[in-house]
Design a binder for this molecule. Structure first.
Ligand SMILES: C[S@@+](CC[C@H](N)C(=O)[O-])C[C@H]1O[C@@H](n2cnc3c(N)ncnc32)[C@H](O)[C@@H]1O
Length: 339
């Protein structure tokens, strides 16, 4: 089991037989090992896929919003990577809890749990550290005030992105990639003015949907599908498309798991995590598999950090890899599938 689940198991008496909301769960056996009446909320489609076989849909939700679960005896938030995502989740969890209900926060020390006290203070006096083990901490606060109802509109930000040929109104939520501004790599990709092949196009890892929105307006004969693993990104992408009057399909996918059919173009600023080490596994999985979703003569157009070794992968799976644009940090690559 994950370290966060192991530390929760050490406090099993607090949850056994209770109706417990678990937010941002990891894929492991916690819910079958610890016998509570579990209600789970995840925004990660990979987690939904990983847990769907062990929990029915009344007990497991994938959404940008927490379902209105009632009569909860406790709630646990597994600390998300982005602190602002923790704030967003807590603001939804707290109004579901009656006064006096315990609210727990669990997470790895290197994953920001040391900020638990500050995060929980807004919901009750004196948050307590209950346990510390396996590089994790478990914190609890007892709700001593009724939290205000959650207002999604107050968390969503509208950002105006000025491009040379158009203005895109982008909607973002906490923890959605480049919250509040256009990413430098995405900007470089959008500087490329060569048209996309007409037909269906895919925006892989769409985030707030800025690439598909701008490209769809520039290429009126292209209709986009947008996919992302993150439910908040999918909501933002839908809102961005709506605000800019672009018609497109938006759906969840973990990598290309739920992408079916072939596309005349696939565009992406693929995920790349910086941290203790670079994680390019999702981007590499995408490049290894994308050929099966490209039509003959279909174009792959991506932007990535220039030092990443993607051209070799692109050439081995698709064909000659051309550099369309570059700065000292990013490169826009294009490759066309054999005809
Ligand atoms: C670098 S961001 C690009 C976002 C957006 N296209 C833009 O240009 O602003 C990469 C996106 O990939 C998504 N992502 C991460 N892992 C994924 C996966 N396994 N499957 C699909 N999308 C994923 C992230 O949620 C994020 O929105």
């Amino acid at each position: 089991m994950d370290n966060t689940s192991q530390i929760l198991e050490r406090s099993a008496e607090a949850f056994t037989g209770k109706r417990v909301l678990l937010v941002n769960p990891v894929v492991d056996s916690l819910c079958s090992t610890l016998s509570a009446d579990w209600y789970l909320w995840t925004w990660d489609f990979a987690v939904l896929r990983g847990l769907a076989a062990s929990l029915d849909s009344d007990h497991l939700a994938f959404s940008h919003l927490c379902p209105a679960y009632s009569d909860l005896d406790a709630a646990i938030l597994v600390m998300p990577k982005a602190i602002e995502r923790a704030e967003y989740a807590l603001a939804q969890i707290a109004p579901l809890l009656a006064m006096g209900t315990p609210l727990y926060l669990v997470g790895e020390k290197k994953g920001g749990i040391t900020r638990a006290e500050r995060l929980l203070e807004g919901y009750g006096a004196r948050p307590e550290k209950l346990d510390s083990a396996r590089h994790c901490q478990l914190w609890r606060v007892q709700l001593d005030r009724q939290a205000p109802a959650f207002d999604l509109g107050a968390w969503a930000r509208r950002v105006r992105v000025e491009l040379p040929d158009q203005t895109v109104e982008m909607v973002t939520l906490p923890g959605v990639f480049s919250h509040g501004r256009l990413d430098e790599g995405s900007e470089l990709l959008l500087e490329e003015t060569a048209s996309l092949p007409r037909g269906k196009a895919l925006d892989f890892g769409c985030g707030a949907g800025v690439l598909a929105t701008a490209l769809a307006r520039r290429n009126p004969d292209t209709r986009f599908d947008l996919v992302d693993v993150d439910a908040l990104a999918l909501y933002c992408a839908q809102e961005t498309l709506r605000l800019n009057a672009v018609d497109a399909e938006v759906y969840p996918s973990d990598g290309l798991s739920d992408v079916h059919g072939r596309f005349a173009a696939v565009v992406s600023n693929p995920p790349f995590h910086t941290g203790i080490r670079h994680d390019t596994s999702v981007a590499e999985g995408f490049l290894n598999q994308v050929t099966r979703n490209l039509l003959p003569k279909g174009e792959l157009r991506i932007v990535a950090n220039g030092f990443l070794k993607y051209p070799a992968l692109i050439e081995s799976h698709i064909g000659p890899c051309q550099v369309l644009r570059e700065t000292n940090r990013f490169k826009v690559y294009s490759a066309v599938a054999p005809g």
